[in-house]
Ligand binder design. Structure first.
Ligand code: UDP
Ligand code: MG
Length: 320
């Protein structure tokens, strides 16, 4: 698309000053070996530390560096999306800033891309240095997601991947707000190829995905690609009301044809709590969908850019 840039590497960062220098150095080294023009797009997702200033500094003397400075923290998935809007390359690579994804694998991705695959994603066969809880919940999430959806979202695969210009352009046409990028990439289709790797430990700093954010991401993933939770709620509702009705028949039978009656308080409170709990749960599930409809209907932009740094020039987002 652009004769001057063959590869765009998108690096979202949120308070990554402890690693960002090393990340820059390692990614740069790998991209140099391609001997083709490339750009490094750092998206600063509202960091409160010095990560943005460090990259801004680099951008003055390294013209392959572009810094997209967002006006606040919009979240990892939105930061990636912002990077895509500014990417010029024929192939776009997304990689975390904490070196958990080895940059050296980019070369392997590029090889597969040159063989004709439009999406090359990195599948984690092992995760080093993460807590048992994180590994377990992540693994559970990917399996629930795979079960819930009809499209084929690969399990144990994060956002570390290479996508072709065509895929990037298609993704830019999807306006949804609560984005689950890896699912969207699967939804878009094209020829996809997995390469396997062992995920390293974070080089320094802490995870920016505490439990709350992981739950949000999981819910975004599931609600964006599946109605199954709603169907499941309906099915359970039908089962519960059927069993309630049978129980009622039993109670009537006892009252009419025998001398005994079902004793009161315990059974009433038990049934009331179960059924009310169930109704609230269903409402909660419904709420997850309705809230997302509300987000869509507001039509706010996905993110706001405070400043773009590249040398002294300020590039415009492509196609915006
Ligand atoms: N990140 C971001 N915005 C956020 C949270 C995270 O841009 O609100 C970036 C972060 O700097 C890193 C990547 O997203 O480059 C993945 O985050 P992290 O490594 O903390 O997640 P984990 O690997 O622990 O799942
Ligand atoms: Mg990480």
């Amino acid at each position: 698309m652009n004769a001057n840039v063959r590869y765009s590497v998108i690096i979202p960062m949120y308070n990554e000053e402890a690693v960002i220098q090393e990340t820059y150095r390692r990614i740069k080294k790998v991209m140099e070996t391609t001997e083709e023009p490339y750009e490094l797009i750092f998206v600063n997702d509202g960091s409160a530390d010095n990560s943005a200033q460090m990259i801004e500094e680099y951008s003055y003397w390294d013209e392959s560096v572009k810094l997209i400075d967002l006006s606040r923290n919009f979240g990892h998935q939105i930061a990636i999306t912002a990077g895509m809007d500014y990417a010029l390359g024929d192939a776009v690579i997304i990689i975390d800033a904490d070196l958990q994804d080895p940059p050296e694998m980019i070369l392997q991705m590029i090889e597969e891309w040159k063989c004709g695959y439009e999406v090359v994603y990195a599948k984690r066969v092992k995760r080093n240095g993460e807590t048992f809880f994180k590994k377990w919940t992540a693994s559970l999430f990917y399996r629930v997601l795979a079960y819930s959806t009809d499209i084929n979202i690969p399990v144990d695969t994060g956002d570390f991947r290479l996508i072709d210009r065509k895929v990037c352009d298609e993704l830019k046409r999807l306006p949804e707000k609560n984005r689950f990028v890896r699912g969207l990439v699967s939804w878009v289709g094209f020829r996809q190829k997995a390469i396997e790797y062992e995920r390293d430990e974070r080089l320094a700093g802490e995870t920016k995905y505490p439990l709350k954010r992981m739950i949000k991401l999981s819910l975004d993933g599931i609600t964006s690609f599946s109605y199954k939770p709603l169907k499941l709620a309906g099915l359970l509702g039908a089962l519960l009301s059927a069993s309630g009705f049978l129980y009622l028949l039993y109670v009537l039978y006892l009252a009419i044809f025998t001398d005994s009656v079902v004793k009161g308080w315990a059974s009433v409170i038990g049934i009331t709590l179960t059924f009310n709990g169930f109704v609230l749960l269903m409402l909660g599930i419904l709420g997850e969908y309705v809230g997302r409809i509300y987000d869509e209907s507001k039509g706010r932009p996905l993110y706001i850019v405070q400043e773009v740094y590249q040398g002294k020039k300020k590039p415009q987002p492509v196609g915006l």
